[in-house]
Design a binder for this molecule. Structure first.
Ligand code: NDP
Length: 334
């Protein structure tokens, strides 16, 4: 059987050179393992849908790179992102979710049974698919960012901050993520520069106050990063102050670490040939539901949410996706 031929969208020529090694049929497949994916799995498992969940590139999702979560109801003292995601995972497993390592690399949503390729080799045929692949950190797009990747450039302060203990670092961005990362790094590092392209922070008031109250954070408003320099590792950043203005000037700051915190891109690429996306790449869902334009394919969490992007809203939409899946399957099979 030429299983991949009908998919026709796996490479530029519309064909795949891949030989499937295994085909497995499941009732409900969950792709992704943040709050949305695990919540979908908890609800799907309790509805007897026997969900199989593939964790994706970053098991536990973005929350595993965050510090304290203080706004998720049920944790009055706060909780760290990794601990919270471990709790979600255990709860999904408790009701029988089959949790596996693996990444969805391509899909074929053209027929009544949806085909999903895992790690470019295994084929899952699913009656219902819940996409909870989240979003990924954005980079500035300057050449030196790539040059020093892993040698001073990072998009995750909680993962890499420890390596800069006692040193001077910079965080780029003016949103909640940038403020949170700057505060976290200020607890480890000698000095933290917060590089903000506008003359104000976009972050919530409470985060702004924390930044301004932290003595070793210096906010550099109206600055864009031109490039990073150093001998093998980052040693300084060249900034442009008031870019395009009459008073445009260039300045440099000596730093050992450069942390990106400028937002995220939705992880919708494997689905783009079949699902309706908005102009940024977020999966479009029918308002008030998790339904995509393909019957039996549902989306939840940050991959379909450009507005709220919170753990609690992701979890809520994961619940919606499981309920929508259950209704879809019972209507289909009745
Ligand atoms: P945001 O989109 O809110 O902010 C991105 C920031 O990066 C903005 O200040 C933006 O600048 C700046 N930026 C974007 N592109 C560039 C660029 N090329 N060069 C320089 N600066 C750039 O993303 P966040 O990740 O901060 O937050 C996403 C969502 O998650 C928000 O809703 C936020 O509230 C939420 N969040 C909540 C947290 C919490 O409650 N604990 C923690 C973290 C996030 P500009 O303002 O000029 O556009």
């Amino acid at each position: 059987m030429d299983l991949f031929k009908p998919m026709g969208k796996l490479d530029d020529k519309g064909e795949s050179k891949l030989e499937p090694t295994e085909v497995e049929r499941v009732k409900c497949l969950v792709i992704g393992s943040g709050p949305a994916g695990y919540t979908a799995a908890i609800y799907a498992a309790r509805a007897n849908l026997s969900p199989v969940l593939y964790e994706g590139l970053q098991p536990g999702g973005q929350l595993t790179t965050t510090t304290e979560v203080e706004n998720y109801p049920g944790y009055p003292e706060g909780v760290t992102g990794p601990v919270m995601m471990e709790d979600f995972k255990k709860q999904a497993q408790r009701f029988g979710t089959d949790i596996r390592y693996g990444i969805a690399t391509a899909v074929d949503f053209s027929g009544p049974v949806h085909k999903i390729i895992i790690d470019e080799k295994k084929v899952i045929e699913a009656e219902a698919v819940i996409i909870a692949t989240g979003a990924t950190a954005k980079y500035l797009g300057i050449e030196s960012e790539t040059k020093y990747a892993g040698s001073g450039v990072s998009a995750c302060a909680t993962c890499d901050g420890f390596f800069y203990k006692g040193k001077d670092v910079a965080v780029v961005g003016g949103g909640d993520t940038a403020c949170e990362e700057a505060i976290y790094l200020a607890g480890l590092c000698n000095k933290v520069y917060l590089i903000v392209r506008k003359d104000y922070l976009r972050a919530s008031k409470v985060m702004q106050e924390r930044v301004f109250k932290t003595p070793n954070i210096e906010v550099l408003f109206g600055r864009n990063t031109k490039e990073l320099q150093g001998d093998g590792v980052v040693e300084k950043a060249i900034l442009i102050k008031h870019k395009g203005g009459a008073d445009e000037t260039e300045e440099e700051i000596k730093i050992d670490g450069f942390f990106l915190a400028i937002g995220h891109t939705p992880n919708s690429d494997p689905f783009k040939d079949y699902l309706d996306l908005d102009n940024v790449g977020y999966i479009k869902t029918i308002p008030g539901t998790s339904k995509t334009n393909i019957p039996g394919v549902f989306a939840c969490g940050d991959v379909q949410d450009s507005q709220y992007r919170q753990a609690i809203t992701a979890a809520g939409s994961g619940c919606m996706a499981a309920i929508d899946s259950e209704r879809y399957l019972s209507e289909k099979n009745s």
